[in-house]
Design a protein around this ligand. Sequence first.
Ligand SMILES: Cc1cc2nc3c(=O)[nH]c(=O)nc-3n(C[C@H](O)[C@H](O)[C@H](O)COP(=O)(O)OP(=O)(O)OC[C@H]3O[C@@H](n4cnc5c(N)ncnc54)[C@H](O)[C@@H]3O)c2cc1C
Length: 422
Amino acid sequence: MKRILILGGGASGIAAAISAAQQANGSAEVILLEKNQRIAKKLLATGNGRCNFGNSAASIEKYFSRDSQNAKLMLDEISEHSPEKWFADLGLLSRAEDERLYPYSNQAGDLLNLLLYWLERLDVKIVTEKSVCDIGVKGDEYWVRCADGERIYANAVICALGGSAGPQFGTDGFGYELAKLCGCKTEPLYPCLVPLKCDKRQIQGLSGIRVKCGVSLLNGEKIIHSEKGEVQFTDYGLSGIAVMQLSGFLSPKSGFSAAEASIDLFPDMDYGQLETLLQSRCGLFEQLPLSSMTDGLLNRRIALAVLKRMGGEMEKRKAGTLNENEIKMLAKAFKDWRFDGLEPMGWQQAQTTGGGISLWQIDGKSFQLKGCERLYFVGETLDCAGFCGGFNLHWAFGSGIIAGAHAAKSLAKSSKKREKRK
Ligand SMILES: Cc1cc2nc3c(=O)[nH]c(=O)nc-3n(C[C@H](O)[C@H](O)[C@H](O)COP(=O)(O)OP(=O)(O)OC[C@H]3O[C@@H](n4cnc5c(N)ncnc54)[C@H](O)[C@@H]3O)c2cc1C
């Protein structure tokens, strides 16, 4: 019997296995190799255990890739195959928060149980504690060598080994080594969707505070990207989804010489509106020090940090003593609070990998490596990383579904051809 081998039991590998087995309908053996003791360790941690498994508004604007043209073609193909519908057909009831999709029960474990049910029902053989370390071709078959020395032969191989993000879940970047063994070129890797370190003096005393605000990434005075959301102050720098989105723009090839973050503590007001508000409060609370004048608007520790940054002992000034120009300066300080020395945290904290296998080498309709029949690369190993919000699992599941079905169809075609020749 023909064999389809799937390397890696994460989101894309599991989707590929189910999709291949569905398409093959018993005509091929489907085997899934995973180095951990169990498959889907990372999937269980996604969305804080709720698994934000997709996004109904996925489009190229929500992805980082050096090759957005090919990434767009692939995303269009994924949309055609609709991972959302695929899940619904498997029996998943989902619920949407804005466009973010979650299992109705809000439990990643339930989504995994559903996938496990289908893997078993479709007779996919799962081999855990099996670490892949080499790949090659013999005749018209591929072979894969594992760390325990076993060689496994297959007619089609789908590489779904993930990226370098979250090594605690089993992804140590071996997917890229394997890709290189297959002759692939890769774009430089960088931790993506990760908190940002900054000069510690700028965040002294703020650790643990969360603020709803606007946050922008600047290169010099040029705004690269802006987000609205919750920023969390930590002992090393800035975190929270809004900040993590910015990290995607800090690729090694971005060439930003002086990246800074700017926090807007009043994102729903323009400068004029904020100046009017501050003017009226300075009048109302003229006897209070400035650090208390913003009580009810801002966390007092945040207000203090901004005022101290302004210098001139502003925090001690009485609200009633500010002139028009100083109120303007105060509004500017609250709307453009700068943080420099930005650096992404490491792989442990990253949710995904920027960079990876250059997309021009991959056929956008099937995720097959061009020039290598029935050898596929899917998921995070490819140079396409999504924003927070379900975009990465959309890509991982979608690419797996497409490659799995294509592998099974392509085996069926090659069997028919052989029969005809006989
Ligand atoms: C904490 C966290 C939360 C996240 N939350 C979300 C979210 O809510 N929504 C979203 O869209 N994305 C989220 N992501 C990102 C998302 O999980 C990944 O983009 C996605 O899992 C990538 O799928 P993949 O199949 O390519 O790789 P993975 O899911 O990483 O799977 C790769 C698998 O290959 C195995 N493997 C690696 N090397 C070998 C080897 N040599 N031999 C055998 N097996 C091997 C690994 O153990 C792993 O099981 C989150 C990521 C993290 C870390």
